[in-house]
Design a protein around this ligand. Sequence first.
Ligand code: NAD
Length: 256
Amino acid sequence: MGGRLAGKTAIVTGAGSGIGRATAVRFAQEGASVIAAGLSEGLEDTAELCRATGATAIAVVADVSRAGSGEAILEAATRIPSCPNVLVNNVGIAGTTAVYDTTDDEFDRIVETNLKSILRISRPFLRLCRSQKMAASIVNISSVQGMLGFPNNASYAATKAGVIGLSRQMAHDCAAFDVRVNVVAPGIIETPRTEARLRDNAEFRKYSVQSTPLRRAGHADEVAAACLFLASDEASFITGQVLAVDGGASATVFRV
Ligand code: NAD
């Protein structure tokens, strides 16, 4: 495609499928070198798709819910000669319970994976940016569920609201050394996580479409396009913002 990320090196977490893969490949198409990080499934395929665009790309297997995963990803990233200056914290897992059925274990597991992981990876990334005096952009993936209530997803919603709060704080703390931090908040997007339910569960499909004014699920590429904009220098005066990519779901209380 183009060179909107020419000269940049991007870490994308959860890059083995869905939004993470679409973002990694789009970044590669726009000239970035890519570190595709995450659990092993699909990860090497994503790196290969990135390399097929002509970009430099490596796969780094890391469980971001584990202590030390941020340092391990940054260490592995040194296999690419240029320093990472874009970070997309995309990993997220869903919960399935209402608040009165949520166990401590479920809550802790989702917090570790969806929220604490952002701190774990961003901390060494930001220290690197400071020491190298390097401008950078971080995009954290939240959800419309971080802004609105939905059924049976108490832990997930709490973490996705936390992503927004943490990101605003990061934007404030890091502006002094030229690091921008923004949030992309997807609505219902067709990915490996949702496609079976969208296909096989008529009630879920109907509810998803009815709560989306554009009357369809979004595509991973449409989320990747928002990540691309915020990661690029086109967004050079934008920090601390939440960009919903949700077909209008968070813009109205009416259900069509
Ligand atoms: P997905 O399940 O297709 O992909 C998630 C990726 O993260 C997978 O490759 C998985 O292996 C990886 N992963 C999971 N746990 C990990 C861990 N502990 N360490 C490292 N990698 C791990 O999901 P998706 O639909 O592409 O969602 C991506 C992001 O977008 C998530 O943060 C999700 O909450 C958010 N989101 C998705 C939707 C949607 O409708 N699909 C809507 C709103 C927000």
